[in-house]
Design a protein around this ligand. Structure first.
Ligand code: MG
Length: 384
């Protein structure tokens, strides 16, 4: 059997959807889980800590009561705070699955790469908000950056064994979300419940709204730019409602390679851990006969956040961090019923106009830009 070189798997964001599925992959492949971390010190974290009896445990932001309970139950196996989280990410020889949601994930990503570890990255903020910083950490530490997102995993799998200079374009597929085919006017009145009803993937509320606005696809374009080093005019998006083709690479000789499969996150999570090798997976043989696969252009007028994302990506440096922060504020305002669906792109666009572009030298710059953009977007969301 083909063994992969994983000394220990570090799962950050272990109580989230990516983290729980990473544990499932580790269990199935017989990989040792050497450390786990979550933001809060919940009962769930304690249960997982008991199941992986030798793993280091970190709660990054526990309540005082949670901290006391975990200390009592786990003794010196448990650490607390952001520094303890970074310590897990730098443990030598580790494969670090970063499933932390939000800006807190960036520091752990940088630390893992600077330490020369393999980073299986699911934290969107790392590459969207901190792309230039991650780039430098990767060069400085000689770590490996492996995407967990289904589209980027698909691209990596199509590119493995290929020369990146032979690529004409990367083509990211988008399901189109629940509002595919709707025009801009009819989108003004959509409800939160309608926007949360994603046709193919089951995800958290923010990413579900980001899928409905195509913001998520714009984030993925930016991530693809940093992951594979191609300019934005060679990264395209095509709408593919069935979510069976997870992305496509077109080469200069006219060949297209696509990655197909069941939409199931355990597959890309496992590949990020085992790349360039493959190990048996959890899925039954795929029923290809009878499938109908369709592709269409995205409606850039109805979903302006797609082009806004390209624009921020081309500006580079701090612009994608502003995009991400403004979107998070706008989406929360929509979920809270404070602004309409069509106001989300307006808040994001105005925030991008108002926050000055600056260079990102390190994590502290990303944090500062993020805070500034949040303040501006919060003010703008209040006046929509
Ligand atoms: Mg995706």
């Amino acid at each position: 059997m083909d063994r992969t070189a994983v000394d220990g798997l570090v799962v950050l964001g272990v109580t989230g959807s990516i983290g729980r599925q990473a544990l499932e992959v580790a269990d199935r492949l017989g990989i040792t889980v050497s450390a786990i971390a979550a933001r809060r010190g919940s009962d769930e974290l304690l249960q997982i800590a008991k199941r992986y009896g030798t793993a280091r445990v970190v709660a990054a932001a526990p309540t005082p009561a949670e901290q006391a309970a975990l200390s009592e139950r786990l003794g010196d196996r448990v650490g607390f705070g952001p520094e303890a989280l970074v310590e897990l990410a730098v443990a030598a020889g580790s494969t670090v699955v970063n499933g932390i949601v939000g800006a807190a994930g960036l520091e752990a990503s940088v630390a893992a790469l600077e330490a020369g570890n393999r980073l299986a990255l699911a934290n969107k903020e790392s590459l969207v908000a901190g792309g230039p910083v991650i780039d430098r950490a990767l060069r400085a530490g000689g770590g490996e950056l492996l995407p967990v997102d289904s589209e980027h995993s698909a691209l990596l799998q199509c590119l493995t064994g290929e020369d990146v200079d032979a690529v004409r374009r990367l083509i990211l597929t988008a399901s189109g979300g629940p509002f595919r085919g709707r025009d801009a006017e009819s989108l003004a009145t959509v409800t939160v419940a309608e926007a949360l009803d994603h046709p193919t993937w089951s995800m958290g509320p923010r990413i579900t709204i980001d899928s409905a606005t195509l913001m998520n696809k714009a984030f993925e374009v930016i991530e693809a730019h940093y992951l594979f080093g191609l300019p934005y005019d060679r990264i395209d998006v095509v709408v593919h409602p069935q979510s069976i083709v997870h992305s496509v690479v077109e080469f200069f000789d006219g060949s297209l390679k696509a990655h197909l499969g069941e939409p199931d996150m355990r597959v890309p999570i496992q590949y990020a851990i085992t790349h360039p090798h493959r190990r048996p997976g959890p899925l039954a043989p795929f029923p290809l006969a009878g499938q109908t696969l369709t592709f269409e252009e995205p409606d850039r007028a109805a979903f302006p956040l797609l082009d806004l994302g390209y624009e921020a990506g081309r500006q580079g440096e701090s612009a994608p961090a502003v995009l991400n922060a403004a979107d998070e504020i706008a989406v929360q305002a929509f979920l809270d019923g404070r602004i309409g669906f069509s106001a989300i792109p307006r808040v994001v666009e105005s925030t991008l106009e108002r926050v000055a572009l600056r260079k990102l030298a390190g994590v502290a710059d990303v944090v500062a830009v993020d805070a500034e953009a949040r303040a501006v977007a919060t003010e703008l969301a209040g006046t929509c």
